[in-house]
Design a protein around this ligand. Structure first.
Ligand code: SF4
Ligand code: MG
Length: 316
């Protein structure tokens, strides 16, 4: 609720804070148990920072994070430790996120050593079981990450994230670094594992095509703010925010010849250190009008479970 994460910009010879990057700027939403919420936005929109704040890998500047009813916004590392196993992250880069000096067995076993009292034998059994679940050969467990392909490495990352039986998994662009031909396999695996382990996913991506199949609802982020959130079908069939419509215009689709006019996104994302006043999207929006420069649009309900932050839908 109302999450903000600001990073100081340091300048001058005394390295004092001379401003802030508003990476996440007043974001509120709920992730329901068992669902997949997709979060989409260009790089620099604050998606990864939001994911890290939600898992309390970062502390929010302001706002409240509740996990299973508990307000964990400002818990210490020590207090967070017992619930860490319930909240895991799958990272974008299967090359950089796995320690190259650890074998596959060591990588998957490490969370079990830190978080559980399992015996060596029990841990070994669990590693073998997880490798089978993610479609890797358990006999390869003494190999090192560089001996695997990119898709296999992401499977190792997934096994490591799931070995403690988490409830919530934040997937930060887990297939972006993979060949397109491998992406669907990994997405299918993640969907199967979600069902088998009753996982809740927050699935971060930079384009709408990746989250299309896996998401139940989709949130669109722009410059640290949520601009639209809706059930998937509703968002694809009835996108309201000009930014969402621009993102959909660039997704090739058999349905794209519908009445909806295309919006071509112009220009670059403005700096989050110096965002436009009022509506942050106004510098790229073909519908921008006076009110957009002076007043920040609130995220308001427009239909069942469909919220949008745009003055076009908020008649005053
Ligand atoms: Fe465009 Fe104004 Fe809506 Fe922002 S509030 S998306 S500038 S019409
Ligand atoms: Mg990112």
């Amino acid at each position: 609720e109302h999450i903000k994460k600001y990073f100081p910009i340091k300048g001058g010879i005394f390295k004092r804070a001379v401003g802030h990057v508003k990476a996440v700027d007043d974001v509120s939403f709920t992730v329901k148990e068992g669902e997949t919420l997709g979060i989409v936005g260009e790089s620099g929109s604050g998606k990864s920072t939001l994911g890290r704040v939600l898992l309390r890998l970062l502390e929010p500047t302001e706002g409240t994070i509740k996990f299973q009813g508990l307000d964990i916004s400002h818990w210490s590392d020590r207090k967070l430790r017992p619930i860490r196993k319930d909240m895991q992250m799958v990272f974008q880069d299967p090359y950089g996120s796995l320690n190259s000096r650890m074998s596959v067995k060591e990588l998957i076993e490490e969370p079990l050593i830190v978080q559980t009292g399992l015996s060596k034998r029990e841990r070994e059994d669990r590693v073998v079981e997880m490798l089978e679940k993610v479609g890797l050969n358990p006999e390869d467990r003494l190999k090192y990450p560089h001996e695997f392909s990119g898709g296999q490495r992401q499977r190792i990352g997934i096994a490591r994230a799931l070995v403690l039986n988490p409830k919530l998994v934040i997937c930060d662009e887990p297939v972006s670094a993979l060949d397109v031909s491998i992406q669907a396999q990994v997405l299918n695996l993640m969907a199967d594992l979600q069902e088998e382990f009753h996982l809740t996913y927050l699935f971060i991506a930079h384009d709408l095509s990746v989250v299309k199949h896996i998401s139940d609802r989709i949130a669109v982020m722009y410059l640290g703010r949520l601009v639209e959130i809706a059930p998937k079908k509703e968002l694809y069939e009835n996108p309201l925010h000009p930014y969402t419509r621009a993102l959909l215009s660039s997704v090739p689709s058999i349905h794209s010849r519908k009445r909806r006019e295309k919006i071509i996104l112009q220009g670059d994302l403005p700096s989050p250190a110096n965002p436009p006043s009022g509506c942050a999207f106004r510098t790229r929006c073909p519908f921008a009008h006076d009110r957009c420069a002076s007043e920040r649009p609130e995220l308001l309900p427009k239909a069942d479970d469909h919220y949008v932050a745009c003055h076009l839908y908020d008649e005053k």
